[in-house]
Design a protein around this ligand. Sequence first.
Ligand SMILES: [Zn+2]
Length: 158
Amino acid sequence: MQCPYCSGDSSVTETRVTADGLRRRRVCTACKRRFTTYEKLGAPGLKVSKRDGSIEPFDTDKLLRALERIAAHRETVTTDDLRRIARDIEATLVDSGRKSVAWSDIVALALARLENIDHVSAQRLAANYTDESGAIRLDGETRARPVQQLGLPLDDET
Ligand SMILES: [Zn+2]
């Protein structure tokens, strides 16, 4: 990113994930001035590979909707919490420099973050995306439903 003062190169000194995107503190490598930038990432070019072999663009909003279904009716989890999780996962994937990622990796990232906020939601996510052996299933991410033995309400796929 160009320095707004002298158009020199800048380097990042700090990255903060917010609900809306990334806030980066930068320092110009030429004039040493400091400035802050705000970014909405959108993970350009990042692809998600699914078990059935299909590949689709990474979609943070889709991930957020999946998380919202998982955490539905959990009062301890706010939409902002979920947005931060989705943005944080997005930032993690972008910063990793990867061009593609398996859906199971995304689920694992989401599990780790949800576990810090709400154990019940994390268990729902695990129940939705792992099979009896504990392996993460890669399909069905757009049709995530609570398993019935947990006694949870089925959602309506609105
Ligand atoms: Zn400068």
